[in-house]
Design a protein around this ligand. Structure first.
Ligand SMILES: [Zn+2]
Length: 189
């Protein structure tokens, strides 16, 4: 498996890419949902996804990979393993998305930020903001899935192994609500 087809197959077969009627974090309704944890439930598949993201940054001499919790934790580990880099994660705090647990980045250290799926890019941006206070150099943002349709816009290069355009509607305009299809919240199930 390689490239975009490979990612789609892994997400479909692992149950990470759902079709149906879903409530998104944004409050909008959609006919598709990515529940990326399911792809990492099978380590062999999670490892393949990590390798695909790593390949996008193979030339960047990455020394440390940082993922925002929860979605970026396992991916950062797998990408770091594939690149021979360190694996760190950041966590939510009052001030945003920060490094805790004694994680430090060295002066000039080449850092890659990774997230499993980017929609608005909010968590990644909060982490990038935090990393400005570190002496390291962020060389890019990597993701397995980009469903931002161009809305995610960072100061560093953003590369994803796969892109997905998701139709979404306010509840009042949702054709699936109109058909009476039950609404699902996959992260709560
Ligand atoms: Zn609906």
């Amino acid at each position: 498996m390689s490239g975009k087809t490979g990612v789609a197959e892994i997400l479909r077969e692992s149950g990470a890419w759902l079709k149906g009627h879903f409530l998104l974090t944004s409050g909008l309704h959609s006919d598709q949902f990515l529940i990326m944890a399911r792809a990492f439930e099978v380590p062999r598949l999670g490892r393949q996804l990590g390798q695909m993201v790593a390949e996008l940054f193979r030339e960047e001499r990455v020394e440390a990979v940082v993922g925002p919790a929860m979605g970026g934790v396992i991916l950062a580990y797998e990408v770091a393993a594939a690149l021979g880099a360190r694996a760190l994660f950041a966590e939510k705090a009052d001030q945003g998305m920060v490094l805790k647990r004694g994680f430090r980045l060295g002066a000039g250290e080449r850092v890659l930020v990774v997230e499993d799926a980017v929609s608005t890019g909010g968590s990644v941006q909060r982490l990038l903001d935090h990393l400005e206070s570190h002496p390291a150099q962020v060389v890019g943002v990597g993701a397995v899935a980009d469903r931002s349709e161009g809305r995610a816009n960072f100061k560093v290069p953003f590369r994803a192994a796969w892109s997905l355009a998701v139709q979404q509607w306010p509840a009042a305009d949702c054709p699936l609500c109109a058909q009476g299809q039950p609404l699902r919240r996959p992260k709560e199930e």
